[in-house]
Design a protein around this ligand. Sequence first.
Ligand code: ZN
Length: 193
Amino acid sequence: MKALKLFGCALFAASFLSFTPLNKKIIVIDAGHGGDDFGAKHSGFSEKEIVLKIAREIKSRNNSDSDYEVVLTRDSDLNSSLSERTDKINELNPAAVISLHVNSSPKPESDRQGTEIYTQSSEESKNLAKIISKNLGECRIEEKNLHILKQSKSPAVLVELGFINSTKDRKYLTSEEGQKEVAAKFEKIFSEL
Ligand SMILES: [Zn+2]
């Protein structure tokens, strides 16, 4: 009950905590943005929706046989502030935090595509990025001073899954097949942590 009071929003905290296991390592999947914050937008698609669908798909593959428990920072279209997210993350003390985002580049049709990963300065965060990169496709890994990385005490990375204004990336990330494939890759990543 103490935790519920700390979180303020009892409803959200209850759903967040109800999945917290006692004997499994926790992996937090943070679907970026939400609510009024759409993130990147293109052709009627938005970053907040794409990352939520993929986060839910990742969670749906997590079952009682897994030796880890996936916890989502949001599983609906709500806007949770960055500090609310990291407060909850630090309460959970997870083995890894993976924040999911979709990129956008300045040109109308992106001349860039594919994954990019941002890390904390810690070796654990960089190792986590390497495992993700190996499974999602070798990509650029860069240390960056972002809130979720700076404020999470656990090893954390922010993954840009692709570019919303790249036709190829957008088609893949908005398709059910693509979303399931990405989720399956994350399942493999978790088994390597
Ligand atoms: Zn984003």
